[in-house]
Design a protein around this ligand. Sequence first.
Ligand SMILES: O=C(O)c1cccc(C(=O)CC[C@H]2O[C@@H](n3cnc4c(=O)[nH]cnc43)[C@H](O)[C@@H]2O)c1
Length: 224
Amino acid sequence: MSLAKYVGRRILIMTAVEAEREAVLRGLDGDERFDVRLAGVGPAFAAASTAAALAAAGGSCGLVVSAGIAGGFPSRAEIGSLVVSSRIVAADLGAETPDGFASVDALGFGSAEAQPDEALAQQLVQALEAAGLRAACGPILTVSTATGTAQTAALLAERVPGAAAEGMEGYGVAVAARQFGVPALELRAVSNAVGPRDRAAWRIPDALLALADGMAILKEVLPR
Ligand SMILES: O=C(O)c1cccc(C(=O)CC[C@H]2O[C@@H](n3cnc4c(=O)[nH]cnc43)[C@H](O)[C@@H]2O)c1
C-alpha cells in the first residue's frame, strides 16, 4: 500500500478550535508541507471552511485531515488515546421513523459516510503504536449534538458497529474533500468518554498533548 501519491503535495489540516490548531502546529514542528486552518465547530462550518480552503489552494492540496479532540467510546478508545478513522460516519444524518433511525442511505438521499484513505489510516495507526502511543483504528462518528447520555451512546454504538470516537466536524471536512477529489482522513485524541455529560471529567490538556504527539507521527508517515 503505497503513499507515493502524497509526495510533493500540500496537506490541509482542519481543526474546530484554536487550542486544537495550536496543538497540531506544535506536533508538526514547522513542517512546511502543512496548512493548519480553523474549521469552526460542527459539520456545516467544517464543510464550508474546508471547501473555501481547498478552493484557495488551487489544486495543490493532496490530503485533508480533520483533527481535534473527541469523545471516545468506552472499551474502544480511552481518554488520552488516539483514534484514526477507518470510516467517517455522519451518525445522526437521517430521519426518525416508527421503526427507529433511518440513515440518509436508507432513505435514498445519498450517503452518510465518507471513506478515508485506508492505506494511510493503517500505516498511521501502526506508526503510532510503534512510537508507543495508544492508538486505535475504527469508525469515527460525526454528530451535530455531542452525546450526553448513556442511552444515546448505546444507540450510536449499535448504529455503527465498532464506533471508536465521536467528534463534530469529520464528515463535513471529508465531504468537502470529496467534492474536490482529494483524499481525507480523521485523527482525533480522546478527551472524554462518550456517555453521560460530565464536563469536569474532560481531560482536554491530556488530549491536546496526545494530538500533538499524533501529528508528529503523521508528518513522518507522509512521504516527502
Ligand atoms: O475548553 C477548552 O480549553 C477546549 C480546548 C480544546 C477544544 C475544546 C472543545 O470543546 C473542542 C470541541 C470539539 O471537540 C470535539 N469533541 C470533543 N468531545 C466530544 C464529544 O464527546 N462529542 C462530540 N464532539 C466532541 C468536537 O469535534 C468539538 O467540535 C475546548
